[in-house]
Design a protein around this ligand. Sequence first.
Ligand SMILES: Cc1cc2nc3c(=O)[nH]c(=O)nc-3n(C[C@H](O)[C@H](O)[C@H](O)COP(=O)(O)O)c2cc1C
Length: 368
Amino acid sequence: MAKIKTRLAERLGIDIPILGFSHSVDVTAAITKAGGMGVYGIAHDPPDNVPVKIAAIRQQIPERPFCIDIMMPKGMPESETLESVQANLPAEHVDYVRELGEKYQVPAATKKTFFNSILRTPSYFEGQLQALLDSDVDLVAFGVGLTPDAVSRLKAKGKIVGALIGSPRHFQAYRDVGLDFIVAQGSEAGGHTGTIGTMVLVPEIVQMAGDLPVLAAGGIGHGSQIAAALAMGAQGVWLGTTWLSTEEHASGDHAIGDKLRDKLFAAGSGDTGLTRGSSGKPQRQIRSAWTEEWSAPTAPRPLPMPYQHALVGDLMTAIEEHEVDPMLHSPAGQGVTWSTAKRSVAEVMEDLSAEALAGLQRAGRLGD
Ligand SMILES: Cc1cc2nc3c(=O)[nH]c(=O)nc-3n(C[C@H](O)[C@H](O)[C@H](O)COP(=O)(O)O)c2cc1C
């Protein structure tokens, strides 16, 4: 595979400046093996599980770098438990969720997942952070939120540390905390996201960041967009949605089942939308009965994080466990339009790189 050289790619020791976010160990390792850098998201892994996941990735790529992504949203309750929160949820919300389960005939969940067994609290995040500090992971990125203290503790251990941002305001807040790279994530992205488009956000943040390397994220699923991101001054890209429909994501923890994969294949760029229905914060998902029900005029206003998740965790787990259509849903960005067939991570990387090189050559010729 041809190389695409940027300063950040050289610093990270990767051939292609594609960082790939996933909740799958196998996808993470496969991205690194294919010349990019896998990023494993630990949001759903309790602290005890983090070393297990890191060891599983390390076993597949003993010599190669990978990144861990941690979410540390502000304002989570310290003294609450999932049970205490659930005991005090508003009756209107509880009734609505029960009615949704009845309307779509969702059988009860039999599994325990992050959504129905864990509450996001500062001590949960501290436990995860401690596991990263004790690990040999090369890079750490902060998803939603960070603390300057967490950044300095990681840096003191020699980790390369970055953060996702969705606006110039976020960049200002993080400017002086000592980050090594920034991921400018536009609104097109799958998962928690803001309102500014990638095409506007990336050059804006590149300009503000000076020497600090910026990665572009949000809606990227075709290599020509990688060429565009590099032309805008980014030193690489960060992709999430693309990996959901890969072969490696079809098994293991957080496996994507056939029904959901078919929905991703069928979805076009206009088939995603923002909802607060799953976590309480705006999240871009593939459109489904789930997203429609939470924006219906009769729906109660979703609760803030982490209360919404405590409200819907059992129903979300049951929908996923029993693959209940049309409620089946997933975070996905507008770039889902390029997910049309099940490919291996290596094939995806090969296509992205070839398309990026073609785009760079096309644009290069125009400048003559
Ligand atoms: C299924 C899914 C789950 C995600 N979970 C997280 C997460 O836990 N932490 C995080 O920082 N970003 C998360 N993201 C966002 C990605 O890190 C990334 O910024 C985003 O997917 C990029 O946009 P794209 O989906 O258009 O490629 C998630 C994205 C998807 C699609």
